[in-house]
Design a protein around this ligand. Structure first.
Ligand SMILES: NC(=O)c1ccc[n+]([C@@H]2O[C@H](COP(=O)([O-])OP(=O)(O)OC[C@H]3O[C@@H](n4cnc5c(N)ncnc54)[C@H](OP(=O)(O)O)[C@@H]3O)[C@@H](O)[C@H]2O)c1
Length: 249
């Protein structure tokens, strides 16, 4: 049996990835935050269609207690995961957190929140996922990153919190790859850039896109799944875009 864990299944890419994996016949554990459990129609529909092939749990990646509790519940369902894909992320919210245009927009609480979700969350997930990923078969630990987290590709500036938190996530991915190579040699750890995808996260920033630049979440999930299936051990620690090209740090 092939088991996948999708974290952030209430997001645009998360729900598309959950559906794609279920259609492949994969057993999926999907996590959402407590406030969305049983309140997200698309996931409820998948649950009634796929029944025991889909297990729903709650996880808030910004608190260690919640991540630990979620993994203890996952361990009650399975002792092996073959794929973890973390689709959580934060760029803006309805409480005034917006990507910064200039220094005067800097707010320490917003920076902390961005780092909690975009960088510390992925590390907490790795901390508790390791025992389930360490087995004789290939396993993949992936976090959705973003091209704007590449330091060498930063031409436009701005978006301090999101850029820096995704860059930190990419460093965590590399550091994890080194430790996992020793402790869980069949695990490949990568970051994935999904493209510019039509979701709540990108909605406020879609005005100046080039024609054809915006993809659907379903297309993006398809591309990312192809990248995931083709990953090899030598790829561990790197960040890949939706088309399989490597994004340099
Ligand atoms: N869309 C794009 O163009 C684009 C481009 C580059 C990178 N990305 C990355 O792709 C990933 C998925 O984003 P998306 O476009 O699908 O955005 P989205 O629809 O806004 O989804 C974001 C997800 O993150 C979850 N989340 C936020 N804070 C959380 C927390 N503390 N604990 C657990 N879950 C939390 C949200 O849960 P709630 O429903 O509970 O809020 C939601 O499920 C993110 O990492 C994003 O940075 C997206």
């Amino acid at each position: 049996m092939y088991n996948a864990l999708v974290i952030g299944a209430s997001g645009g890419i998360g729900i598309a990835m959950t559906e794609l994996l279920l259609k492949q016949g994969i057993h999926v554990i999907a996590s959402v935050r407590e406030h969305r459990i049983n309140k997200f129609e698309q996931l409820n529909t998948l649950k009634s269609d796929y029944k025991s092939q889909l297990i729903l749990i709650s996880m808030d990646v910004s608190t260690q207690e919640s991540v630990e509790k979620a993994f203890s519940s996952i361990s009650g369902h399975t002792n092996k995961l073959h794929l973890v894909i973390n689709c959580t992320g934060l760029l803006h919210n309805s409480k005034g957190l917006q990507p910064e245009k200039r220094l005067e927009d800097i707010n320490a609480d917003n920076l902390s929140q961005s780092f909690a979700i975009n960088s510390i969350g992925p590390l907490l997930i790795a901390r508790y996922a390791l025992p389930l990923l360490r087995h004789e078969k290939r396993s993949v630990l992936s976090n959705i990153s973003a091209r704007v987290g590449s330091i060498s590709d930063n031409r436009a500036g701005g978006w301090y919190a999101y850029r820096a938190a995704k860059a930190a996530q990419n460093m965590i991915t590399k550091t994890l790859a080194i430790e996992l190579n020793r402790r869980s040699p069949n695990t490949i750890c990568v970051g994935l850039h999904p493209g510019t995808v039509n979701t709540e996260l990108s909605k406020p920033f879609q005005r100046n896109l080039k024609p054809g630049q915006l993809t659907t979440a379903e297309q993006s999930a398809d591309y990312l799944y192809k990248v995931i299936t083709e990953l090899e051990q030598k790829d561990s620690g790197k960040v890949f875009a939706w088309d399989g090209s490597e994004i340099l740090p």
